[in-house]
Design a protein around this ligand. Structure first.
Ligand SMILES: NC(=O)c1ccc[n+]([C@@H]2O[C@H](COP(=O)([O-])OP(=O)(O)OC[C@H]3O[C@@H](n4cnc5c(N)ncnc54)[C@H](O)[C@@H]3O)[C@@H](O)[C@H]2O)c1
Length: 305
């Protein structure tokens, strides 16, 4: 199939593009390289360095004629959204609308994009389910929640089939330092450099970490269901504290690094664990890579950098 992956030079998008190419699809990657890396783009993909807000996107879609769009490009950093809400809104909403309009214009069959656990805010009724309505505590969470509404209305009003995945905290090779699952890549880099670790808060805050290959698997599986629509958590439904992560890292690396504890950051949520029943029931997705296995693969990747 002809598939466009926006953000395909980034962490998740580049792994997704790799897998799509392995499966024999024709892939166009659109990315402005703001956080993505040119070398992450699969050499068999067509690559266009372009902003998702660019009006030229219509011409690009007219020529490429994508049948499926994975819209992974986004401003992904919670703290950046608090410092510059206007930019966050511009990329994550105006950029999204541009891609949605271009997709509608060329009759895209399926439009898939990530939302985030950040849409739930600080709800303490864990595990968090798709039917719960949260109050995001960051502008990033708010633009993701609003994006979900845009997808719903584009589908109802214009018949564009849309799927929205609320990824929990994704980690793995190629991850940058800024995004949501970033704590694992940050610790990896610091450990390789023999530096101390800094934790914001007491370290007992928890996250639902999911390995990037499992996230890719959810996206690929969804393509087998052309009628699939709606919002799905993509998660492991397990909670791991930052202190637990540090213990695992020490065991992996054999390093006795020093840990500094600082004040929690504005907009950060305390605990997170996402119910994964709906994705399992509706399209048979289940994460299979356990944390130790994923951490080992990620550690080895960063060691080779
Ligand atoms: N990593 C996680 O834990 C996580 C969790 C939930 C949701 N998500 C979502 O998954 C998606 C991918 O995130 P990621 O972790 O791979 O982040 P990333 O920063 O590695 O990838 C984002 C990509 O989008 C590109 N991009 C940013 N702004 C752009 C613009 N205006 N025009 C064109 N390209 C642009 C960047 O250059 C980058 O390559 C994002 O939508 C993010 O919000 C990630």
């Amino acid at each position: 199939m002809r598939i466009c992956v926006t953000g395909g030079a980034g962490f998740i998008g580049s792994h997704l593009a790799d897998r799509l190419i392995e499966l024999g699809h024709t892939v166009l990657v659109i990315d402005n390289l703001s956080t993505g890396m040119r070398e992450f783009v699969n050499e068999k993909a067509e690559f266009l360095e372009m902003d998702v807000r660019d009006e030229q996107l219509f011409t690009v879609f007219d020529t490429f004629k994508p049948e499926i769009v994975f819209h992974e490009a986004a401003q992904t950093m919670v703290p950046a959204s608090m410092e510059n809400p206007k930019y966050d809104c511009d990329v994550n909403l105006i950029g999204l609308i541009n891609i949605l309009d271009a997709s509608r214009h060329v009759g895209v069959q399926q439009f898939l994009m990530p939302s985030s656990a950040a849409v739930y805010g600080d709800l303490d009724a864990l595990p968090l389910s798709e039917t719960m309505s949260g109050t995001p505590s960051s502008f990033y969470g708010l633009t993701k929640l609003t994006a979900e509404g845009y997808l719903r209305i584009y589908e109802h009003a214009f018949g564009l089939k849309t799927v929205c995945f609320r990824y929990s905290n994704v980690y793995g090779p190629r991850q940058g330092d800024g995004g949501e699952g970033g704590v694992i890549s940050i610790f990896n880099r610091l450990l390789q450099e023999g530096k101390d670790l800094t934790v914001y808060g007491d370290g007992e805050q928890t996250r639902d970490f999911i390995y990037v290959d499992d996230v890719v698997k959810a996206n690929i599986l969804a393509m087998e269901y052309p009628e699939l629509t709606g919002i799905f958590n993509v998660s492991t439904n397990t909670e791991t504290s930052v202190n637990d992560l540090i213990r695992r890292f020490k065991a992996l690396s054999g390093s006795e690094c020093t840990v500094h504890y600082e004040s929690p950051r504005v907009g950060d949520i305390r605990h997170s664990r996402l119910n994964n029943e709906k994705a399992k029931d509706v399209f048979g997705f289940e994460a299979t890579i356990d944390l130790d296995e994923g951490l080992e693969a990620t550690y080895q990747y960063f060691k080779g950098q």
